[in-house]
Design a protein around this ligand. Sequence first.
Ligand code: HEC
Ligand code: HEC
Length: 322
Amino acid sequence: MKHWAIVLLLLFVYGCKDSTFKNNTSVINEEIILPDTTLIPNDEFGKAVAYGRQLLLNTAYYIGPEGINGKYLGNKMNCTNCHQQAGTKPFSFNLMKSHERYPQYRARENTVITLAQRVNNCVQRPHNGKPLPLDSKEMIAILSYLKWINSFVVKVDSFVGSKNLSIKFPAVAASPERGAQLYTIHCQRCHGADGEGIYTADSSGYTYPPLWGKLAYQPGSSMHRVIMQAKWIKANMPHDLATWQKPVLTDTEALDIAAFVNNDDIHQRNQPQTFDYTNPKTKAIDYGKGPYVDTFSEVQHKYGPYQPIIDYWISKGLKPSY
Ligand code: HEC
Ligand code: HEC
C-alpha cells in the first residue's frame, strides 16, 4: 500500500473513533438533565413529590425556626441555597443521583447510612437543626422528590454536573488575606460586609443567604471545607455572573475566597458538638480537624498546599478524597 493510502486509512480509523465512537458516548455521558415539573404525577405519590420539592425550595418557611409545619432547622437557609434549583442544577451539589446511591458507606460516620439519614445530616449540619423523624410527612416528601428526580437519570456513570467542577491546586496555600480582598470585589454586594446575607421582605428566608455567623452553616458542614467550597463557588458564584461553562473566579481565587469565608479565627460560627470522621484513613484531606494518618498540620490540611498531602497518601497506598 502506498504511504498516502496508509495515512488516509489511519485518518479514517482515528476519524471514526473521534467523531462517531467518542461523540456517541459523550452524547450519552454529557446529557444535561432538567426534570420537567409538569410531569409530577397527579396522585398521592405526586403530592408527596410536589411537597418535597417545595421543602427544598422553601425549607425555612415550612420547617425553619418559625416553620409553619414544624420547627426543625436552626437557621433560615433553604436546601436550594446550596443544592440550587432544588437539587437539579449541574455542578451545584446535584442531588439527581442520590436516590440510587444510598444506602452507602460514609467516611464521616464510618458506617453505612440511608438516604434519610443523609438528608438529616444536612438538616443538622448546614441547617444547625434537629433531625426530621424518619416517618414524618416532611422526610417522606423529601425522599419522594429525590426518587422522582432520579427517575430522569439515564443509567450511565455520569451526566453533566452530577459531580463538582474540579480544581487545580496552586503550589502555595490558600490565603484568607487575599480572599478577604477578593470577597469585597466579588461577594460583598450580595452577602454583606459581615457575611450576614439579606432576608426576604417577610424574613421567612433569604434573598442572599449568610456565609458565616451564628445563622450560617456550621463547621461540621462540608461547605466549610475549603476545596469543597472552592469547587462549588467556581461554578456558581457570583450568582449573577458565573456559570459552570464560564466561571468568573480562577481556581486560586476560589480557594482564597473559600479560605477567607471558612476561617473561624476571623468569623464566628456555631460549633458542632462533635467532629466526626472517626476513621482518619477516610477523612477528606481538606477537613481542618485532626487526627490524621499523616503528619501534616491541621492548618495545611485546611488551607493547603494540598498536593504534598495527596502525594503522601498515594505513596502510602491510601486513597485521598477531596
Ligand atoms: C450550606 C450548604 C448546604 C445546605 C443548606 C444543604 N446542603 Fe445538602 N449537602 C451540602 C454539601 C456540601 C454536601 C456534600 C456534597 C458532596 O459530597 O459532593 C451535601 C450533600 C447532601 C446530600 C447527599 C448527596 C449524595 O448524593 O450523596 C443530600 C441528600 C443532601 N445534601 C440533602 C440536603 C437537603 C434535603 C437539604 C435541606 C434540608 C440540604 N441538603 C441543605 C451542602 C448543603
Ligand atoms: C448577585 C448576588 C450574589 C453575589 C455577588 C454572590 N452571591 Fe453567593 N449566593 C447568592 C444567592 C442568591 C445564593 C442562593 C442561591 C440559590 O438559592 O439559588 C447564594 C449562595 C451562596 C452560597 C451557599 C449558601 C450559603 O449561604 O452558604 C455560598 C457559599 C456563596 N453564595 C458564596 C458566594 C461567594 C464566595 C461569592 C463571591 C465570589 C458570592 N457568593 C457572590 C447571591 C450572590
